[in-house]
Design a protein around this ligand. Structure first.
Ligand code: IMP
Ligand code: MG
Length: 184
C-alpha cells in the first residue's frame, strides 16, 4: 500500500518499509490489556512504572483502560545510543521517586529485544521490596535467551525487524507516529 500524504508529512518524506500494527489494531489490543490488568490485580496499591522514553504513548493509552486505582511513575534507562543493535549497557538515568516497597509494581516496556534492559531492571526493582513485580510489554521479538521475568501482559509478538512509531524511535525520530512500522 502506498503511504498516505499524512504519513509522509509526519516522516518528513521518508518511506517506511511497512506498517506492522495500525492504529485500530493497537487500540483494540490496548483495551484488552487494560481489561486483563484490571482483573489481574484485585487489591493493594498498584504502581504502573513506565520505562522512558519508549513506553510513553503506550503507557498513557494503557492506564486509561485500567479500571482500578493506580499510581504512575517512570524509570529512565539508557541502552541503545543511536544504533539499532543492543549494546547491553543499561544505565539508570532517572529513579522513581515514589515508594516501591509493599506495592504491586507493573513495569511497562515498549519492546523486548535482547531482554538485557528488563533483566537489569527486574534485578534492581526486586531489591526495593515490592509486593509483586510484573512486566507489561507492548511488543516482544522473542529473541531473548534468558528473561529474569517473562511479560505477564504482552501486546503483540513482534517481527525481527527494527520497529518505529507509537513511542518507539530510531535515533529519537518517529516516536510520534500513531502506528508501528518497520524501518527497513
Ligand atoms: P533490549 O535490552 O535488547 O531488550 O532492548 C530493549 C530496548 O531497546 C527497548 O526498550 C527499546 O527502547 C529498544 N529497542 C529494541 N528493539 C527496538 C526496535 O525494534 N525499535 C526501537 N527500539 C528498540
Ligand atoms: Mg529506544
Amino acid at each position: 500500500m502506498l503511504p498516505s500524504t499524512a504519513q509522509l508529512k509526519q516522516t518528513g518524506g521518508r518511506e517506511l518499509a511497512r506498517i506492522v500494527f495500525d492504529e485500530e489494531t493497537i487500540a483494540r489490543r490496548v483495551r484488552e490489556l487494560g481489561r486483563e490488568i484490571t482483573t489481574a490485580y484485585p487489591e493493594g496499591d498498584l504502581l504502573v512504572l513506565g520505562l522512558l522514553k519508549g513506553s510513553f504513548i503506550f503507557l498513557s493509552d494503557l492506564v486509561r483502560r485500567i479500571e482500578r486505582p493506580l499510581q504512575v511513575d517512570f524509570l529512565v534507562a539508557a541502552s541503545y545510543g543511536e544504533g539499532t543493535v543492543s549494546s547491553g549497557n543499561v544505565r539508570l538515568l532517572y529513579d522513581p521517586e515514589t515508594e516501591l516497597a509493599g506495592k504491586h509494581i507493573l513495569l511497562v516496556e515498549d519492546i523486548i529485544d535482547t531482554g538485557k534492559t528488563l533483566n537489569r531492571l527486574v534485578a534492581l526493582l526486586r531489591q526495593r521490596d515490592p509486593r509483586s513485580l510484573q512486566i507489561c510489554a507492548l511488543l516482544d521479538k522473542h529473541i531473548a535467551e534468558h528473561l529474569e521475568l517473562d511479560a505477564a501482559f504482552l501486546g503483540f509478538d513482534a517481527p525481527r525487524a527494527f520497529l518505529v512509531g507509537y513511542g518507539l524511535d530510531h535515533a529519537e525520530n518517529f516516536r510520534h507516529l500513531p502506528y508501528i512500522a518497520s524501518l527497513t
